[in-house]
Design a protein around this ligand. Structure first.
Ligand SMILES: Cc1cc2nc3c(=O)[nH]c(=O)nc-3n(C[C@H](O)[C@H](O)[C@H](O)COP(=O)(O)OP(=O)(O)OC[C@H]3O[C@@H](n4cnc5c(N)ncnc54)[C@H](O)[C@@H]3O)c2cc1C
Length: 390
């Protein structure tokens, strides 16, 4: 059978793209090398903004906890930021991703698992996709196979990321009194990186991530983080790369579009990727659908509008996130002190996770407030307990 579109990779980007195409009547194939439900190294934090992009509420069985509070720690100083609304839910990625695949199948997608894509050949009007066991034909491809994207390499796209963060994660049993509605971020574990503790029901996910230059310190940082939760040093540790420096150089080729991590769509400041995987998956599906609807071939020229959509939808704002990340991790303790003494800034950050605020506005706020803070204007006179005296 000749498919209209083959989506490679059934993470959030791939299953969203497949659902979008199948719902519009395109003959859609979704391939993944793993058998679902499959494990995925991730904190499992789905922000409210990400949930809004899915377009329907998450069923109860996919939600382990709802998060209302952020606890941020640096140099033994803790700031607790309660939020009036839940800004994130925590899920088990195997369950969440499987749910999205089910939705794609319901929409009419042909899902083939345990199919590791090993080769792509471009004929005049279609691609032949070779896996370990089979071969498939499709008029166009969406490469949604994650940070190491085989689809991008096999299609000859330049998909080298400028920079990747390396993350190590582990899971430990949660203490019975551990708060389920709070996530913890530690900024004092290693230079140019941070750690996180996310509650996952009766377990905690611990992770540390850093930019290039500090990779060698990650193990020690994870052990330090485990100590803050009064846990044993974890045995089973998983590592994974996260593209953080913006889109990959070529996200579109002749008959192929990259989405999600494969395209480098991750928030450089928070590491959030699921939201952008879902949005870009939808935009990739929409771009192909427009070609078929208008009767034009899905060649590079006709797919070029995809990047404009991504720019307008989220990439423009993620550039400000990159600026914030660079500034924050160049001067972590200064920035943390500034933010913790301006809780409104942290609240804005949580509003960004809800999709109610933008990095552009936050950067402007920081640019206005930071110099005042340093000039020690009267507004920022502090008492010895750290309270602000207006
Ligand atoms: C440690 C860590 C913690 C994170 N925590 C969070 C978080 O809390 N919240 C958040 O929003 N983001 C988080 N992220 C980022 C998030 O996990 C990714 O951005 C997101 O999974 C990207 O989705 P995707 O669909 O693009 O790719 P993926 O989810 O990586 O899915 C790619 C799929 O492609 C398949 N595949 C790969 N190669 C092939 C092949 N050759 N043939 C067929 N199939 C293939 C894989 O099996 C996989 O199923 C975290 C990342 C890391 C590393």
């Amino acid at each position: 059978m000749l498919y209209d579109v083959a989506v490679i990779g059934a993470g959030p980007a791939g299953s969203t793209a497949a659902k979008f195409c199948a719902m519009r009547g395109l003959k859609t194939l979704l391939l993944d090398r793993q058998i679902f439900p499959r494990p995925k190294t991730c904190g499992g934090g789905i922000t409210s903004a990400a949930i809004n992009t899915i377009g329907f509420p998450l069923p109860e069985h996919t939600v382990l906890s709802q998060v209302h509070k952020l606890r941020s720690i640096i140099n033994n100083k803790t700031v607790s930021i309660p939020h009036p609304r839940p800004f994130m839910v925590i899920t088990e990625r195997s369950v969440f991703d499987n749910f999205l695949v089910e939705k794609a199948i319901e929409a009419g997608t042909d899902f083939q698992q345990n199919e590791n894509v090993k080769g792509l050949t471009k004929e005049d009007r279609y691609y032949t996709i070779k896996t370990h066991h089979n071969s498939f034909k499709a008029k166009a491809l969406i490469g949604a196979d994650g940070v190491y994207s085989a689809a991008a390499k096999l299609a000859g796209l330049n998909s080298r990321y400028k920079s990747c963060a390396l993350c190590l994660t582990t899971e430990i049993p949660a203490k019975s009194n551990h708060s389920l509605d709070e996530i913890q971020i530690n900024y004092d574990l290693l230079p140019k990186g941070y750690g996180w503790v996310f509650p996952k029901g009766d377990r905690l996910t611990l992770g540390v991530g850093c930019f290039e230059g500090s990779y060698g310190m990650l193990r020690k940082a994870l052990t330090k983080l485990a100590v803050t939760t009064r846990s044993e040093t974890p045995d089973i540790v998983k590592g994974h790369y996260l593209p953080y420096s913006g889109q990959s150089p070529e996200c579109v080729g002749d008959g192929i579009i990259l989405a999600g991590d494969a395209a480098g769509f991750v928030d450089p400041f928070t590491g959030e990727g699921i939201r952008y995987a879902i949005i870009s998956g939808m935009m990739a599906g929409e771009t192909l659908w427009n070609c078929y609807r208008n009767g034009v071939p899905p060649n590079k020229k006709n797919l070029a509008g995809y990047l404009n959509k991504c720019h307008q939808g989220f990439l423009r704002d993620l550039k400000y996130s990159y600026m914030l990340a660079r500034t924050f991790f160049a001067f972590p303790s200064v920035m943390h002190r500034f933010l913790s003494e301006n809780p409104k800034m942290y609240s804005h950050l949580l509003n960004i996770l809800e999709g109610r605020y933008s990095y552009k506005k936050l950067i402007k706020d920081v640019a206005v407030e930071l110099p005042k803070y340093y000039l020690n204007l009267p507004k920022y006179q502090f008492s010895r307990t750290g309270q602000i005296r207006e």
